[in-house]
Design a protein around this ligand. Structure first.
Ligand SMILES: [Zn+2]
Length: 231
């Protein structure tokens, strides 16, 4: 893979870019959001990625996920790892064909967790693990016409600081859920913004967007002293 584009980014972001690119990123869920995120990571020079997903590639996945007709029946992690290798032949990709709740050891061994899950209840469970093991966590969620991404640094704030009592509308891009086709692409962009926050060591921010309102806005996130998870 040509390093020209990466060199340009390094000029912009400095040494932090090189340091963060060496981090081991775990992408949990490799569907509509996760497959887009993993490809974005590979194209931006991240060199060690672990993919966690239980599912196989099926026909309904092809429309919104980074899989192809000839990959039907393959484990999603395997299919996606082949695509990542086509982008960067030197990338190290580990695959874990499991529900992330049975892959705690994997999550504990990485540096950054990126979420490609399809339900908020699962994201709260992943949040517990990232806080437990002190991992940076980048959340991505979308449904219908809108979505959000957030960067939760190790040590907090965490997802439960933002939604105390887990009071948040369900957000799913699972097969069968209603969503506009380009939404996962938008989710990838929002997740990229959160990754830049990580790269540049900025404070935690939630980015919300709406394709039907042509809007994107950010909200600063603060740690809650009474958060039951990260206090
Ligand atoms: Zn918290």
């Amino acid at each position: 893979m040509s390093s020209t584009e990466l060199d340009r980014q390094k000029l912009l972001l400095g040494e932090a870019f090189e340091n963060v690119r060496k981090k081991h990123v775990c992408v949990v869920g490799t569907g509509a959001i996760g497959s887009n995120i993993a490809i974005n990571l590979a194209r931006n020079g991240f060199s060690k990625i672990t993919l966690v997903d239980l599912d196989k590639v099926e026909t309904p996945n092809i429309g919104t996920q980074e899989f192809f007709q000839d990959q039907k029946g393959l484990q999603k992690t395997k299919a996606l790892s082949l695509t990542l290798k086509r982008i960067n032949e030197n990338i190290i990709v580990r695959t874990v064909d499991s529900d992330f709740r049975n892959a705690e050891k994997t999550i504990s061994s990485c540096d950054v967790v990126m979420d490609g899950l399809d339900s908020m209840s699962l994201r709260f469970e992943l949040n517990l693990l990232t806080v437990k093991y002190g991992k940076d966590y980048i959340l991505s969620a979308c449904a219908g016409f809108s979505g959000m991404s957030a960067y939760f640094p190790a040590g907090g704030p965490c997802l439960e600081c933002v939604f105390p009592g887990r009071k948040v509308r369900e957000s799913s891009c699972a097969p069968g859920a209603r969503q506009i086709g380009v939404l996962p692409e938008t989710a990838k962009v929002a997740a990229s913004i959160s990754t830049v926050l990580l790269l540049t060591n900025q404070q935690s921010v939630l980015v919300g967007y709406g394709l039907n309102t042509s809007s994107m806005e950010k909200v600063r996130i603060k740690k809650r002293v009474d958060c039951p998870v990260c206090r």
